[in-house]
Write a protein that binds this ligand. Sequence first.
Ligand code: CA
Length: 474
Amino acid sequence: MVSSGGYIAEDVRPHSMARKRSHWERIVKLLASITSILTCIAWIGVVPAEGADRPNVLLIYTDDQGSLDANCYGSKDLTTPTLDHLAATGLRFTQMCAPSAICSSSRAGLLTGRFPARAGVPGNVSSSKGHAGMPPEQVTLAEAFRDAGYATGHIGKWHLGYDEATMPNGQGFDSSFGHMGGCIDNYSHFFYWQGPNRHDLWRNGKEIWMDGQFFPDLMVQECREFLTKKRTQPFFLYWAINVPHYPMQGTEKWRQHYAHLPAPRRMYAEFVSTMDEKIGEVLAQLDQLGLRDNTIIVVQSDHGHSTEERAFFGGGNAGPYRGAKGGLFEGGLRVPSFISWPGVIPQGEVRDQFVTGCDWFPTLLDLAGCEPPGHAIEGQSLRSVLLQNGPSPHKQWCWQLGSGNNAQFAVREGNWKLLVNPRDTSGQGKLTDKDKKFLVNLESDIGEATNLAEQEPARLAQMEKLLKSFRAGN
Ligand SMILES: [Ca+2]
């Protein structure tokens, strides 16, 4: 490079000298340009192919795990070292709300970033072969990642459609292993809900039989194979582990460990710790492959715990929250939720901001440096919540569970929440006709015990207006 001093000296030289100098200068500049072009070409040659340096994403969606059902959330009767380790090496949320309080809708919200009803899944889809689920035109997280050059895999439960177009391979997953309906017996892999009894285990759209093999172990094996095969390219693995959903089939080790607990907490705890152990086995594989630091791990429940007969009428722990699976009180919506990405996301911190399961769609794409979706979604990126402990991206939110006259709704603005047609599946207090509009302030009444609808008519009207606006699609 010519120093600036040289140019200053040039001004006082005779014109002919200056012209000659200018001629050489042009040649030097031309050579410099050629050199920088060549440098650029050489650099492009060594830059990794697009996506090769992007983080992997492992999204683990647990099933019917109650609001506080991990040791680090306050359930000190549980042994959950894997989840506790994730909290210590990442963040956990205290106000992560599921997109809905039942399986299919929650999964639709997670995988599309949209209000589940707008994704075409206001309630549970059929668990019977041949029945369509979430419309295939909905854009899933798997499709978004696949478009960005990721390998995409589904392992575990699906429950978003049981015909070719709406099974996982029709919704953006390169590979799929698991059951299509809502639940299975973990040894026979038969649907575990009602008759007629039927087998439900599939690989890439083809029925397979793996008689007598414990499904959580099969999922671990599948995860390990996926991680090993895809370790050299960015991947998005959606592991929808069907645990601790009924039937509660914890292993012998955990049956002995929890022998002192009363039923149904005992059976539930056995299955929670079985789940924790299986997740730990997959995380150990990530460590062995050297992928842990370049993999974003999210673990979250799809909604609150079940109080159904098949779940022995309970066993999960919602702590101070009212409600459970199937209703829009906090016990149905607040879920244990973790994210860990060592080196990028703070470790051992807690986030209390109101956030939702719909937010993972834009958040994971954002963190991975992929393009945001080109269409409107309700979820928002949590980047600033995660990295800077920034404010909640949501001033307002809305939930719908079911359709028709008995559909439940909840709408939230700040700490105010209005429930319409509420259902309390935890049986805490009777709901009367007056409670069909149930207004609470979560700041003063986290247990949602007192209906303020009559005392706060102006607030009720405002919340009803907001709900109407959401229902109109605004
Ligand atoms: Ca569930």
